[in-house]
Design a protein around this ligand. Sequence first.
Ligand SMILES: Cc1cc2nc3c(=O)[nH]c(=O)nc-3n(C[C@H](O)[C@H](O)[C@H](O)COP(=O)(O)OP(=O)(O)OC[C@H]3O[C@@H](n4cnc5c(N)ncnc54)[C@H](O)[C@@H]3O)c2cc1C
Length: 381
Amino acid sequence: MFRLSDDTLAIREMAQAFSAEKLAPHALEWDEKKHFPVDVMREAATLGMGGIYVKDDVGGSGLSRLDAAVIFESLSRGCPAVAAYISIHNMCAWMIDTYGNDTQRHKWLPSLVAMEKCASYCLTEPGAGSDAAALSTRAVKDGDFYVLTGQKQFISGAGNADDFYVVMARSGGEGPKGISTFVVEGGTPGLSFGANERKMGWNAQPTRAVIFDNCRIPAANLIGKEGDGFKIAMSGLDGGRLNIAACSVGGAQAALDKALAYTNERKAFGKKLNEFQALQFRLADLAIELEAARVFLYSAAASYDRGDADKTTRIAMAKRFVTDTGFEVANGALQLLGGYGYLSEYGMEKIVRDLRVHQILEGTNEIMRLIVARALLAETR
Ligand SMILES: Cc1cc2nc3c(=O)[nH]c(=O)nc-3n(C[C@H](O)[C@H](O)[C@H](O)COP(=O)(O)OP(=O)(O)OC[C@H]3O[C@@H](n4cnc5c(N)ncnc54)[C@H](O)[C@@H]3O)c2cc1C
């Protein structure tokens, strides 16, 4: 079905080497200490991973979504939490590249591509998660400025020293058409943050509320036209969903690799675990399910790259299937380590904790079913 091109294979080799050397050895410690490794992400950026599908006139790598999927899969083998944040950063950079004007692109993208600035995507609010079009953060025009007031919830990467926010806020009436997209730069008066949330996984990246209290930004920070914000936010998520699914594949592959190594060492009843056919079949099933997820992911990424009319539906299908499968494969791999799978030291429970949230964010897997069902039902009408 797929033969990755030689270029994509070379990109995968580069990303896997980076992941094995720079992420994997530290992932457990970052998780435990809740350390956000900005310095390491900047190293990834020197290899082109800060603007993977940003155009090259501003320093981007200009790669395809299939290349990106392969990169995020590779990074996630080392640490799903760091890989997933780099994915969100790339989504924001792409939104500026695609919908920003040339002044905005040249002003912001070079520092985003280098990850000198780390971007956050601000859509969710305390009262508007799945129903994002109900968001209530206001953006009121005041001469050459907009004044933002409201709160965003669960914002990945927020509250860092060199931060950059892509914010969806209501500049018009109710519903999706009243929403616009703005850039709020770190340090703007009126911008503040909640505490770093304590959470099940993804501990190597902060999650905070982002609060706008009469936060005054130049009118020139509007991205695209007033009223385009919801469309811009959703088109960013098409790619974000591919990437998050890729992070599930990479994390699950790391878990399966650990299970393969462990069952080749551990003995019970006088034999190595991998000599029991029941466990050989379990390993085989995990590998089969993971490969099905990977192929589905690559196929959805190729659909994006071709610009298929139904790409959003295909991506929603893949995000639902791949993130559910990734979690189940990692959890199944944990079982093969017995009690040791449950201990932090073996790195397995961290993968399971990290992958769990992929079923919830960038649109929950229920919302993915909603997108698919809408498309199916539309065909019957
Ligand atoms: C660690 C973490 C990081 C995050 N990072 C970001 C970020 O960087 N930026 C950002 O904007 N957001 C972020 N989010 C928010 C995330 O996208 C939302 O949590 C998610 O979209 C769900 O919204 P909610 O939590 O309000 O749940 P709700 O929308 O309240 O949903 C609750 C439950 O009801 C289900 N449900 C809701 N509506 C329907 C329906 N119509 N049909 C069937 N089921 C339905 C949902 O699937 C879910 O199971 C993050 C979340 C987490 C946990």
